[in-house]
Design a protein around this ligand. Structure first.
Ligand code: NAD
Length: 421
């Protein structure tokens, strides 16, 4: 199929590149010349293991343009992958979705062929039906589900394993309203051999928020239990190993520690909370999930203070990305930790295998090490991201406060504190 991808950020680039690997012709619609010129050389501007190699391999099937109407005319299917960030109050900002809907609608007006629009961006339930589709219909003068196809197809990729997730997904969720669009999507995803859950558009949008809310809840729950375990001298990792054996519960996402970050969980939870309030519902669990997550990084500083008077000391920080195999520092727990250390007048030496440059932009005055080893010379070491290479360091004679459970540090450090164990 000929497919245009609007929004060549993380989701758009991964989706388009993986669809090219399945044999489709992909047109990436970009807004800046840097991306337009880089993608044809096999560089995505996004840090994701395996992505640039896959892009390079499929370049013959990939083109890039800044001309959205032309991309619509030249393709039969369009994925909308633009950003849906937070407003200052946590509510969802739909500016990119609104703008792109107007442009797509106008382009559909002059497109003689049947076209299918698929929204992959995370949007609150009802957004497609009350915002996107009305704009598309008004601008195009056409009727959705009759003159053009429409679907919501939320994305569940995880940063760091996105390619693997695309090709071996647990399920594909499609929100559909007409048999033709359903058929188009089933045909598109058939090679992935994954269960396709077809439901209403509104329900598919809610599935995405419910998934992220549940996963975030599981983490904050693990952290609350972990905090209790710490006080009682119990290893929360052992507890969750035992609990996870229950088939009703399952062992994933029970890593207690310093909490979640990234571009999705905090943003999507806050958007759902803000939306719930507009509906007159106070979402007590979701609010507590965010509260626990925000309190968790401070636990590291409290533990450090038990062993060291921080002022004037050099504190090593291992890991700045919100998770390993990613350069994303959005809502990374490293941010409040570094802020707290600076407030305590510590000298900081920090290291991350790939996220240092992004972090330097936020904290230009922190010292950044070129290797993880250099960080170990500090008076104390805080482990903030569970990069695999941190398992290879020599922690003997070190004071380590571990937010992520690095096994070797746990075993070796002369003074060791785990946040929840
Ligand atoms: N990043 C993730 O892990 C992830 C996972 C699942 C779902 N999502 C959701 O997917 C959506 C996209 O996320 P992302 O991380 O890729 O966002 P992103 O901000 O990295 O990318 C969005 C891109 O869209 C571009 N864009 C906006 N309007 C455009 C237009 N009119 N024409 C062309 N390009 C346009 C922006 O320039 C940007 O490059 C969001 O709704 C997000 O919540 C993200």
């Amino acid at each position: 199929m000929k497919i245009s991808i609007i929004g060549t950020g993380y989701v758009g680039t991964v989706t388009g590149t993986c669809l090219a690997e399945l044999g489709h012709q992909i047109v990436f619609v970009v807004r800046d010349t840097k991306k337009r010129d880089l993608i044809p050389s096999g560089k995505s501007l996004i840090y994701e293991p395996g992505l640039d190699q896959l892009l390079e391999k499929n370049l013959a099937r990939i083109s890039t343009t800044m001309d959205l109407p032309d991309a619509i005319r030249k393709t039969e299917l369009t994925f909308v992958c633009v950003g849906t960030p937070s407003n200052d109050d946590g509510s969802i900002n739909l500016d990119q979705i609104r703008d792109v809907s107007h442009t797509i609608g106008k382009s559909l007006a002059s497109d003689d062929e049947y076209h299918t629009i698929i929204v992959k961006s995370t949007v609150l339930p009802g957004t497609s039906e009350t915002l996107v589709i009305p704009i598309l219909e008004k601008e195009s003068g056409k009727n959705a589900f009759v003159d053009f196809g429409f679907s919501s197809n939320p994305e569940f990729l995880k940063k760091g394993t996105a390619i693997e997730d695309f090709f071996h997904t647990d399920r594909i969720v499609i929100g559909v309203n007409d048999p033709k669009t359903k058929e188009v999507l089933e045909k598109l995803y058939q090679p992935l051999n994954a269960p396709i859950f077809a439901t209403t558009i509104r329900t598919s949008e809610m599935i995405k928020y419910t998934s992220n809310s549940f996963l975030a809840t599981k983490i904050s729950f693990a952290n609350e239990i972990g905090n209790l375990c710490k006080k009682m001298g119990i290893d929360s990792y052992e507890v969750f190993k035992g609990v996870g054996l229950d088939a009703r519960i399952n062992p994933h996402f029970f890593r207690s520690g310093i909490g979640f970050g990234g571009s999705c969980f905090p943003k999507d939870l806050k958007a759902l909370i803000a939306h719930a309030r507009t509906l007159g519902i106070e979402p007590q669990i979701l609010t507590a999930v965010i509260g626990t997550n925000e309190d968790q990084p401070a636990k590291m500083i409290d533990l450090l203070k038990r062993h060291l008077d921080i002022a004037g000391k050099t504190i090593g920080v291992l890991g700045l990305a919100f998770k390993p195999d990613s350069d994303d520092i959005q809502e990374s727990r490293a941010v409040p930790i570094i802020q707290a250390l600076l407030k305590e007048r510590a000298k900081i030496i920090a290291f991350d295998p790939v996220a240092t440059e992004n972090f330097r932009y936020l904290f230009p005055d922190v010292s950044y090490a070129k290797t993880a080893r250099e960080v170990l010379d500090a008076d104390a070491v805080l482990i903030v991201t569970e990069w695999k290479e941190f398992e290879d360091l020599d922690y003997r004679n070190k004071l380590v406060i571990d937010g992520r459970r690095i096994g070797k540090a746990h075993k070796e450090a002369v003074t060791y504190e785990g946040v929840c164990w």
